[in-house]
Ligand binder design. Structure first.
Ligand code: ADP
Ligand code: MG
Length: 265
């Protein structure tokens, strides 16, 4: 059965897009058929997977607002994931959907005819809690929250968790909150670790393991149009590979996801 994962946090720069691209490529390396969906008008996911949003004739915008079949806008990528791309047009989607009944369900309906062709669908949510993120959470079976390990990184986590609970009550009772994924992690500082245990205590939110280490390879990769998984062996790629293995075990092997607390005690 296909698994649909939303990657969401209304804060920008916490590695949502990086996580979607890298985890997608890591799952492909595990022989999964993977589709990634760009829900951010900035089109960073689209760009980082080698497609220039400014040169695309159609995108997820047409799928969500004009009833274009998703398969007509699907793109291939060198990492082997299929991509539903975004362009700046998507900035106007909220206004169009606002006038429609069931506006939170547009993405879920658009993905329905594609589901069978993929094992995993990963949705890159924009940095807001607007209609696009509500569409992502409504279409998903589970949600992962990337969290940068720095002071105040968790401001806004309470609001995000409230939104997740509201989606569970109103549009998607089956949505499971997998937990926070620590990103841009610097193992040399105790500070990163303090932030993580604080988040887990304060919000009762599982903190997944392994944390994704900060490495310069990510910037190099997104400029090259493919993910860190494509380059030389490095710690960032290994961490996403391990996360991908854990998710496969969780989804199809009935295993628990490793959390930060158990990892370190
Ligand atoms: P978001 O989608 O949450 O806004 P991005 O995935 O675009 O965040 O990441 C923000 C910036 O951080 C990008 O420049 C990206 O290359 C960089 N980045 C992401 N993960 C890492 C990492 N583990 N180490 C170093 N830089 C990273
Ligand atoms: Mg992003």
């Amino acid at each position: 059965m296909t698994k649909v994962l939303a990657v969401a946090n209304q804060k920008g720069g916490v590695a949502k897009t990086t996580t979607v691209a890298s985890l997608g490529a890591a799952l492909v390396a595990l022989d999964q058929r993977v589709l990634v969906v760009d829900l951010d008008p900035q089109g960073c996911l689209t760009f980082s997977l080698g497609h220039n949003p400014d040169r695309l004739d159609s995108s997820i915008y047409d799928v969500l607002t004009a009833g274009t079949h998703a398969k007509e806008v699907l793109l291939d990528t060198s990492d082997g994931v299929a991509l539903l791309p975004a362009t700046i047009d998507l900035a106007g989607a909220d206004a169009v959907l606002l006038m429609r009944p069931g506006r939170e369900f547009a993405l879920k309906r658009a993905l329905a005819p594609l589901r069978d062709q993929y094992d995993v669908i990963i949705i890159d949510c924009p940095p807001s809690l607007g209609i696009m993120t509500l569409n992502g959470l409504t279409a998903a079976d589970s949600v992962l929250v990337p969290l940068q390990c720095e002071t105040l990184a968790h401001r806004g986590v309470g609001q995000l968790l409230r939104t997740v609970r509201e989606v569970q009550e109103i549009t998607n009772p089956d949505l499971a909150l997998l937990g926070a994924l620590p990103t841009l992690y610097d193992a040399r500082t105790t500070h990163s670790r303090d932030v993580l245990s604080d988040v887990s205590d304060r919000y009762g939110l599982p903190v997944l393991s392994p944390p994704i280490p900060r490495t310069v390879r990510f910037a190099e990769a997104s400029a090259s149009g493919s993910t860190v998984l494509a380059g030389r062996k490095n710690k960032g790629a290994e961490a996403y590979q391990e996360l991908a293995e854990q998710l496969v075990g969780y989804w199809w092997g009935g295993k628990e996801l490793a959390t930060y607390a158990t990892h370190h005690s």
